[in-house]
Design a protein around this ligand. Structure first.
Ligand SMILES: [Zn+2]
Length: 461
């Protein structure tokens, strides 16, 4: 099994640090607002990586964090006049509900920054003791980047070059512009915890290092997150942890690509984020998953108007075949093992879900052929697809209800449907003149009607 490692910039054979045990950590969500499609993509990808590792016989301990205190959370809570901790808690409840709807299995550990303040303070104290961090006059604590000789190895940057490009903040307190905050002193009327350096709260990067260290140990196998976290977040996590332990932090750094909306970067500041709720209501979990997983996780996903509607069309076609097989009522638990083997081959190659989904088109084509030829072995393909692809969260729904829910007929105006039914009746009565007239009338309303086995098919013109 091969994984692309961002640290070595190579695809490497996956060998865990300790036998069959895998420790995996993925940076989670800062719960300052409603979750968006980017959060969904990241959670789905690492959920699948975890499940595939488990399928391959590994015991996976998978931890994710919630950043439940930060500037934006405080700002947004203040705007609403609510307590920031309570605000973050409510957002976590909302996120977990959406994740369940997206069929994302909860990680082994859901860690929260606010529940790890003591761990974070201890971690920072150790860094100060070792000389890697210093307390600034206001009570802020900074990590001293120049003390870390390997700083920049993940993002492949040289600290000297970086100095010229960073935005300089708080310069009077920092010894070097590259230094980053481990502990931020509290501003007036701001939420705080007591620490040896006064009232304050943790910086963002330190929480992940501390949570890993105290909940997973000094070293982990896989550290994941979006590619936008490589610098500075993951670079800083490496600096904090490795300076403390003197050991390599994560063996494999796994980064997913970013989202684009019609070719444009998707970001809150551009105002073009899509909410998970909105997408779930429109398409449901399986269509969203199919749309997302058609792209290899490492690549950027370009969300277009067509991405999910095309995915829906494919899933609907697939489910129609599944429903036909179900009608045969064949009682067999036999599996076409080729389907599972090919799935594993795809996934062994750096979790290539794009290939695994592309294979589906061939399988369903064969199944249609087998159905036409009344070849009962079609049920073995059916069984294999249901079992194997459930790992990706696909084909877990009841075929009939999926078809009903997603049939395009649902979205067609009642007036058009009424005319279509009248025409069906006219055809049954062999009144072709009326049938043709109704076809024309339907056309003027923007739909094309075709005859089909089920009666008719309507398509938008
Ligand atoms: Zn992190």
């Amino acid at each position: 099994m091969k994984i692309y490692n961002s640290l070595t910039r190579k695809k490497e054979e996956f060998v865990p640090l300790e036998d069959k045990n895998v420790k995996m950590y993925a940076c989670g969500i800062t719960v300052s607002a409603d979750a968006h499609i980017g959060h969904a993509v990241q959670a789905i990808i690492f959920d699948i990586i975890r499940k595939y590792l488990e399928k391959r016989g590994y015991n996976v301990t998978y931890a994710r964090n919630y950043t439940d205190v930060d500037d934006k959370i405080i700002l947004n809570a203040n705007k609403l006049g609510v307590d920031p901790i309570e605000f973050a808690k409510q957002n976590i409840v909302k996120v977990e509900k959406l994740m369940a709807e997206l069929k994302v299995t909860p990680p082994t550990m859901n860690l929260k920054a606010t529940e790890n303040i003591d761990n974070i303070i201890e971690f920072i104290s150790k860094l100060i003791e070792k000389g890697y961090a210093y307390v600034a006059p206001e009570g802020d604590v900074y990590f001293s980047v120049e003390k870390d000789k390997s700083y920049g190895k993940l993002s492949n940057r040289n600290p000297d070059d970086m100095i010229s490009s960073v935005r300089i903040e708080n310069e009077e307190n920092k010894r070097s512009p590259l230094d980053f905050a481990l502990w931020k002193s509290a501003k007036p009327n701001e939420i705080y915890w007591n620490s040896p350096w006064g009232k304050g709260r943790p910086g963002w990067h330190i929480e992940c290092s501390a949570m890993n260290y105290y909940h997973l140990g000094e070293q982990i196998d896989i550290h994941g997150g979006g590619r936008d976290l490589i610098f500075p977040h993951h670079e800083n996590e490496i600096a904090q942890t490795e300076c403390l332990t003197g050991k390599p932090f994560a063996k494999y750094w796994v980064h997913n690509g970013l989202l684009k909306l019609n070719g444009q970067k998707m970001s809150k500041s551009l105002g073009n984020v899509i909410s998970i709720q909105e997408l779930l209501e429109k398409y449901g979990a399986e269509v969203i998953r199919f749309g997302i997983l058609q792209t290899n996780y490492k690549n950027d996903i370009n969300i277009t108007d067509n991405l999910f509607s095309e995915a829906e069309k494919h899933m609907l076609d697939f489910y129609k075949v599944l429903a036909e097989v179900e009608k045969l009522n064949i009682n067999s638990s036999k599996l076409n093992s080729v389907i599972d083997e090919e799935f594993n081959q795809s996934m062994d190659d750096d979790f290539n879900t794009a290939k695994a989904l592309a294979n589906l088109f061939g399988y369903f084509k064969t199944m249609k052929l087998k159905l036409a030829q009344k070849d009962d072995s079609v049920v073995e393909d059916y069984n294999a697809i249901k079992k194997t692809y459930s790992l990706l969260g696909l084909f877990t729904e009841d075929a009939k209800s999926f078809i009903e829910k997603h049939s395009l007929v649902q979205a067609i105006p009642a007036e058009v449907l009424e005319l279509a039914n009248k025409r069906l009746q006219a055809r049954k009565e062999k009144n072709f003149a009326l049938s043709d007239a109704l076809r024309e009338q339907i056309k003027t309303l923007g739909y094309e009607i075709k005859d089909s086995k089920e009666g008719f098919e309507l398509n938008k013109l």
